[in-house]
Write a protein that binds this ligand. Structure first.
Ligand code: SF4
Length: 371
């Protein structure tokens, strides 16, 4: 951890309304025409389904009540069979619900981990259990594969906060200053950037240029936190995550008062006063590593609330205090929609080739940076 420095940050950009983020064109159906639509499998709950999925329920029994499993299990069984039939993989973000994260996902992680997995897969089809910009990132890294997002409306308030035209104006205003773009942006915005970053590697990416001033967009709070970790001056944008901006320092103080000894871990998309109350700040993967390696008796993760369920599955000895802020966009992805994706091969993610080539360069530069 670098020494703390006086943060130097300048924030630009209009306040932006929260929205769904750029919605790409619906899939053309090319994959469905080429590979065919499959019959919808049976979704009956019976003894065979119970027996064949029992080992998966065992994983999540601490966070999913038994009464819910008969609804999930037929989907889980059908999805796992269809993945083999389609030679498909499911990449699931840490904010996905436990039955997706633990029972059908092939790879789980934060945006950076999923982007890295996307470069390695030998599958023909990637189903992104996450939001639209993540599926676009997978498509950028796998232009010849079919990439599906189970619900095209799964957007992101950060991705909605900035456009490619905004980035071009920033470049005009600050000629020669490198532009680092958080992966939570559209391909169009990535295409105007020098390199991407995630919350795991933002400090490393900012410092990789060896210059004294860098533009880091669009998350203002991530930029402010990065500015506390590096002497590089940061020019930021006024985008916010609608989930993390809702946490307050006062709320954390109350949780700490009623849970003596609790370790508070916060995501850098939270406001600065919230981070000041936390014992540790880091990306979702850094928070997971913290809990797994340090095994605190009691922990509060200041992030989307499915994370606590997913980490709880692997660390049953840790008690989780759970403030619950859900991401409505992540929650658009359900088992039923994942099954539809695999049966009907929808919604196919497509990116304009002229944008894709430049956006890919920005993502690849990030993926190629050493850990
Ligand atoms: S949690 Fe925040 S940053 Fe992540 S997808 Fe939802 S709105 Fe976007």
């Amino acid at each position: 951890m670098p020494a703390l420095v006086t943060p130097q940050v300048e924030t630009l950009g209009p306040p932006v309304p929260h929205g769904l983020g750029p919605v790409s064109r619906p899939g053309s159906g090319a994959a469905a025409r080429k590979l065919g639509v499959l019959p919808m499998p049976s979704l009956e709950w019976n003894e065979t389904v119970a027996r064949e999925t029992a080992h998966l329920y065992e994983r999540i029994k601490t966070v999913v009540p038994p009464v819910e499993w008969p609804f999930f299990a037929p989907y889980v069984k059908a999805i796992n069979e269809l993945k083999k039939q389609r030679n498909a993989v499911i990449l699931a973000h840490n904010y996905q619900t436990p039955e997706i994260y633990n029972c059908v996902a092939d790879f789980v992680g934060d945006s950076l981990q999923l982007a890295r997995e996307a470069t390695k897969t030998k599958a023909d089809i990637i189903v992104q259990a996450g939001v639209h910009f993540m599926a676009e990132t997978s498509k950028l890294l796998n232009p010849d594969k079919v990439v599906l997002i189970p619900d095209l409306r799964a957007g992101c308030s950060l991705a909605a906060s900035i456009t490619g035209a905004d980035v071009r104006l920033l470049r005009e205003r600050f000629p020669g200053v490198p532009i680092v773009t958080y992966v939570n942006t559209s391909a169009e915005v990535k295409a105007e950037s020098d390199i991407c970053c995630t919350s795991s590697n933002a400090v490393q990416v900012v410092e990789s240029f060896g210059v004294d001033r860098v533009i880091l967009i669009p998350d203002e709070f991530l930029a402010r936190w990065v500015a506390t970790q590096t002497p590089v001056k940061i020019i930021a944008w006024k985008g916010h995550c609608e989930v993390h901006e809702r946490f307050t320092a006062d709320e954390l103080r109350k949780y700490r008062a009623s849970n003596p000894g609790v370790q508070i871990l916060a995501h850098p998309e939270c406001p600065p006063d919230v981070l000041a109350e936390a014992d540790f700040t880091g990306s979702t993967s850094a928070m997971i590593n913290f809990v797994k390696s340090k095994r605190p008796r009691k922990v509060l993760m200041v992030t989307e609330c499915s994370m606590a369920d997913n980490v709880q599955v692997e660390t049953p000895d840790v008690e989780f205090v759970r403030p619950c802020n859900l991401c409505p966009h992540m929650k658009r992805i359900t088992l039923a929609k994942i099954l539809d994706s695999l049966v009907y091969l929808r919604e196919e993610v497509e990116i304009d080739p002229a944008i894709a080539e430049r956006a890919r360069r920005a993502v690849e530069r990030m993926v190629q940076l050493k850990n």
